[in-house]
Design a protein around this ligand. Sequence first.
Ligand code: HEC
Length: 146
Amino acid sequence: MNFTSLFAMRCRPLLPMAWIAAGAGLTLLSVAAQAADTSAAQQLERWSAQAGAAGRADRGHVFFSGRHGGEWSCTSCHGNSPTTPGKHASTGKAIDPMAPAANPKAFTDTAKVDKWFRRNCNDVLKRECSAGEKADVLAYLISLKP
Ligand code: HEC
């Protein structure tokens, strides 16, 4: 038996392992890509386009701080200054700052943005937020400096 065939024999069982490892690497990569598939600027563009008008920071500020007939406002959990961490109104758990200037991860995951807009708007307004309201909130949060 020469060296090459010995090598081939001993390495063959390892090949599938290499493929599995490569596959796992690719899966991790695509998960990472999904977790950061958007940006605050893209979300502002997305909601402005759907609303047919650019989001306005001043309106977003009023919307974010206001109680809409219920017990809570957005600031009840996200705080009056979204450049600092918030605190959940009922669980007391810390919430990362909402302003992209203070939190590079804010608004970088479309699924997360959609999930929390749906849930939080229902909690505060008893309905979904409109595209225009979301554009205003984004314009407001993007306008904040740390
Ligand atoms: C009862 C508490 C609570 C209230 C009130 C609340 N939120 Fe939230 N919000 C949360 C929590 C908790 C998260 C998830 C934080 C995390 O996992 O980083 C969150 C996350 C979000 C996100 C996702 C941010 C991102 O980076 O993707 C958006 C958007 C959001 N909230 C919008 C709002 C708006 C708009 C209002 C007011 C209409 C509001 N929230 C009111 C608790 C609240």
